[in-house]
Design a protein around this ligand. Structure first.
Ligand SMILES: NC(=O)c1ccc[n+]([C@@H]2O[C@H](COP(=O)([O-])OP(=O)(O)OC[C@H]3O[C@@H](n4cnc5c(N)ncnc54)[C@H](OP(=O)(O)O)[C@@H]3O)[C@@H](O)[C@H]2O)c1
Length: 279
């Protein structure tokens, strides 16, 4: 078994390659230093050279606010780039696992979104990730789409690292308290993705750490676990005024995982504790 992983220089791709190494599975991780997936033929060239049995596609344009100002580039990477990879997977008849996001949903109500619920993204990033999903569903026969949320991991920047850095100079930090979702430790998600790609239980899944919180509650737990005295000042999304609108409700229903015989990820408090200890 040989697996090509995109996005190795990011949070999730890095942990997926590490997990494949742990399992002694041949893998090749690539980043934008190797190819620009938006370029026609670039993905085809590298995939056809390596000839993997599967591709785990973690690479993406992930700057959610910046995407509002440069939608063409975000589309090129997330929609066209994913189409380019999916087209090669189709041609070679190999498996593809695509990572998507809670931002494909509008976030209305308080119910947990199920994989089959209608998507209605609120921002450019979410729209381009949804277009990536459509490319995968349209082109690839043996596909997995895994929607995750609020990712943090050792390799790359994320909310946890930002909060810890800010706490070095600030006694109080304003954090949004009206968006609810699930933090996800990429080191916990990576083994699940490896289990999936080795299986034939294709489909669309939601996968995050268990439990939900607001960003303000998440920040509070980060400071508590890190022994910081920094105070969290809860503010609304309207007060924070980010360039990209975000869903208020990012609760994702994970029951498709258990129905297919996959393990659920641990609770986010536990995941955060392990991450902070590692840092
Ligand atoms: N982060 C989150 O909170 C979150 C939430 C939900 C879903 N997701 C999804 O989860 C996946 C992994 O996210 P992450 O947090 O690990 O992302 P990340 O840390 O931002 O890493 C993104 C990766 O994509 C690569 N990349 C970007 N543009 C590229 C291009 N044009 N050609 C080739 N490679 C390119 C980057 O390479 P370089 O470093 O070389 O540029 C990097 O390796 C993504 O699909 C993302 O949409 C993330």
């Amino acid at each position: 078994m040989k697996i090509l992983v995109t996005g190795i220089s990011g949070q999730l791709g890095f942990d997926v390659c590490r997990e494949l190494d742990r399992r002694n599975i041949d893998n090749l991780g690539i980043s934008s230093r190797d190819i620009d997936i938006a370029e026609p033929d670039a993905a085809a060239k590298v995939i056809k050279q390596y000839l993997p049995d599967a591709v785990i596609h973690c690479a993406a344009y992930t700057k959610v606010d910046k995407a509002q100002a440069e939608p063409e580039r975000c589309w090129a990477v997330n929609a066209q780039g994913t189409w380019n990879i999916a087209a090669v997977c189709r041609e070679l008849g190999i498996k593809m696992l695509y990572i998507s996001t809670d931002y494909v949903f509008s976030g209305e109500g308080e119910d947990f979104f199920r994989p089959g619920d209608p998507a209605a993204p609120l921002n450019v990033y979410g729209m381009t990730k949804l277009a990536g999903e459509l490319a995968v569903k349209t082109l690839v026969e043996k596909f997995f789409i895994v929607r995750t949320s609020w990712a943090f991991g050792r390799n790359g920047s994320n909310f946890v690292k930002t909060m810890l850095k800010l706490s070095e100079t600030k006694e109080q930090i304003s954090v949004v308290c009206d968006q609810t979702g699930s933090p996800t430790y990429t080191e916990d998600l990576a083994p699940l993705l490896c289990d999936m790609i080795l299986s034939e239980r294709y489909g669309i899944y939601h996968a995050t750490n268990s439990g939900v919180c607001t960003w303000a509650e998440f920040a509070g737990e980060i400071f508590r676990l890190a022994g910081k005295s920094t105070e969290v000042l809860p503010i609304t999304s309207a007060e924070y005024s980010a360039a990209a609108p975000r869903p208020f409700n990012s609760r994702l229903d994970k029951s498709a995982l258990t129905e297919a015989g996959f393990d659920l990820l641990p609770d986010w408090h536990d995941a955060l504790k392990r991450f902070i200890n590692e840092l």
